[in-house]
Design a protein around this ligand. Structure first.
Ligand code: ZN
Length: 193
């Protein structure tokens, strides 16, 4: 009896722990507006956090994730692009060293703002400097989708969301979509009652 209880309770508490510390924080959670702290180096805790970030991003089907999105206010981002030369990258304390004058428009979404997509204008090429998982400083010249994802994720570290970068017209268009998740939850509850 006791043994059975233990077997049942262990995975359950593990699950609760996971949900409490690692689940995706969604808009308008205030942690998404905080400026994250510098990390400064790589240790076991950093590597464990990066592993968690990759796992959560994969489970959610994302191509990028920033630590504040799982409730950790540290300057760490992960990116996973389905490109042969550039599969999985984790960057610690990433800094945009240079951004091109020419810009591009792309539709963006965010794991922290489910159900909302909008066109965002951003520099089309950037140079980013940061530390990899092995503690090496790297400089990455990025264009297209990679430049896009890196800028979106680095914005997260500064408390900036893609909805802040929209034209007035796009802002107006998504205003209603931003309150839909709340409304959907409410009606779901009502159905249950
Ligand atoms: Zn995002």
């Amino acid at each position: 009896m006791l043994l059975l209880k233990n077997l049942v309770s262990l995975p359950t508490s593990g699950y609760i722990f996971y949900m409490d510390t690692n689940d995706l924080k969604t808009y308008p959670n205030p942690i998404l507006r905080k400026v994250s702290e510098d990390v400064g180096g790589v240790n076991d805790a950093t590597l464990a956090l990066i592993r968690d970030m990759f796992r959560i991003m994969d489970e959610a089907g994302g191509i990028g994730l920033a630590a504040p999105q799982i409730g950790i206010s540290k300057r760490i981002i992960v990116v996973s692009l389905d490109e042969k030369h550039f599969e999985r990258l984790a960057l610690i304390d990433p800094v945009i060293e240079h951004a091109s004058e020419d810009t591009g428009v792309m539709e963006e979404g965010c794991l922290s703002i489910p159900g909302v997509n909008a066109e965002v204008t951003r520099p089309s090429k950037i140079v980013v400097r940061g530390m990899t998982r092995s503690g090496r400083m790297v400089e990455i010249t990025a264009a297209n989708l990679l430049a896009r994802v890196l800028q979106h994720e680095i914005d997260h570290l500064n408390g900036v969301l893609f909805i802040d970068r929209l034209s007035e017209q796009e802002k107006k268009r998504i205003e209603r979509e931003l309150i839909v998740p709340e409304a959907a939850r409410f009606s779901e509850k009502q159905t249950l009652l």
